[in-house]
Design a protein around this ligand. Structure first.
Ligand SMILES: [Fe+2]
Ligand SMILES: [Fe+2]
Length: 360
């Protein structure tokens, strides 16, 4: 059965998916239809069930695993599915190849390797900082390894929070060597800046916001976790903790992006830009990946308010004078929907998976 990332316009197929988002809507004529987002391991796509009869309405819901017969259409330049048949999976489907793990989008990187890498970066810090970081992370190991980083746009899949945090931390490692800043502080801020997402989001039965996530947001929740843990830890200098708290509260950078404070230290500035790069770069890649039309430009991305050019640069091989690879679109199967949301620097996407690398 085809993966979402491999689907092309015009294709008809049967497949197993999970319902990531479920909405009942009405056409102008008052006819009910379902507005879904379906996912599998590789990606997610919007899907419409125009013929939503009694056998569907109120029977399937968000988080269900379903078998679908659908065709792939293009709507305003982006792919979506027109569903002809949909039902919950049944026991016999296992014999046909259904596997729940294949129906939940997840990071293309190895989770245990990323977890180990981020712990090693923590342990390479000043001993006090390393001990503190480990003391914050370890109680959240299970959640932090599997949590998404956001509902839709920015690493919205299992393992996304870890992938994003590691990526931002590695960018900050580079920046800490390049600029004259406190490396321990910058790394601590990078590793902790989104820790509150473990409380902001729920990943059971589909990704959704928790009540405290909606009412408080991950910026404040991150600061709460760090502050509470620092009290128990008791060894972190107050001034150092104050800097970390400021970096968390300022990491979204601009007031219109939901930041509590604008960055007022060198480390807070660098963290904000590292976070923003990771988010925006991923948005570009995901937008290009999802757009499988033949045009050289993607359809207009509503968040970045522009189209992106899909044709890759081309040079002949320098050593042999042989032609290089054919120009092609940036293509990687591990992408998903990136069509809505705010530009907070937090709700934007992942780094390009590098097949030669085990982590972002
Ligand atoms: Fe954030
Ligand atoms: Fe972030």
């Amino acid at each position: 059965m085809p993966r979402i990332s491999e689907l092309r316009e015009g294709e008809r197929f049967d497949g197993f998916f999970r319902i990531r988002e479920y909405g009942e809507r009405e056409t102008r004529n008052g006819k009910k239809y379902l507005d879904l987002v379906l996912e599998d391991r590789s990606a997610a796509l919007p899907a419409k069930v125009w013929e939503a009869g009694e056998q569907v309405l109120g029977v399937i819901e968000q988080g269900d695993f379903v078998k679908v017969r659908a065709s792939v259409e293009s709507y305003r330049g982006a792919l979506q599915l027109r569903v002809q048949k949909i039902r919950k999976v049944i026991d016999e489907d296992f014999e046909e190849g259904f596997s729940p793990e294949d129906c939940v989008e997840q990071t293309p990187f190895d989770i245990d390797s990323m977890w180990e890498e981020i712990r090693q970066i923590a342990l390479a810090c000043h001993p006090l900082v390393g001990e503190f970081l480990i003391s914050v992370f370890d109680p959240y190991e299970e959640k932090f390894k599997t949590w998404p980083a956001a509902l839709r746009i920015h690493h919205p899949y299992l393992g996304g929070l870890l992938e994003h945090t590691l990526s931002v931390t590695k960018t900050c490692l580079y920046l800490a060597d390049k600029y004259d800043v406190s490396k321990d502080l910058l790394i601590a801020g990078a590793m902790l800046h989104d820790i509150g997402k473990v409380d902001e989001l729920s990943a059971s039965g589909g990704i959704s916001y928790t009540e405290e996530g909606r009412l408080l947001g991950h910026v404040v929740l991150s600061r709460d976790i760090v502050r509470d843990r620092a009290k128990q830890f008791g060894k972190l200098p107050e001034e150092f903790l104050l800097h970390i708290e400021h970096m968390i509260l300022a990491h979204q950078g601009q007031l219109e992006w939901g930041t509590v404070k604008v960055p007022m230290t060198p480390e807070a500035m660098l963290l904000h830009y590292a976070d923003d790069i990771d988010a925006k770069f991923n948005l570009v890649v995901r937008t290009i990946e999802l757009d499988r039309g033949d045009e050289p430009f993607t359809s207009r991305n509503s968040i970045m308010q522009r189209s992106f050019y899909k044709v890759r640069p081309f040079l002949p091989l320098a050593s042999e004078g042989e032609p290089g690879p054919e120009p092609s679109s940036v293509s990687d199967p591990s992408v998903s929907d990136s069509s809505s949301g705010d530009v907070s620097g937090d709700d934007l996407g992942p780094p390009v998976p590098d097949p030669d690398s085990g982590s972002p």
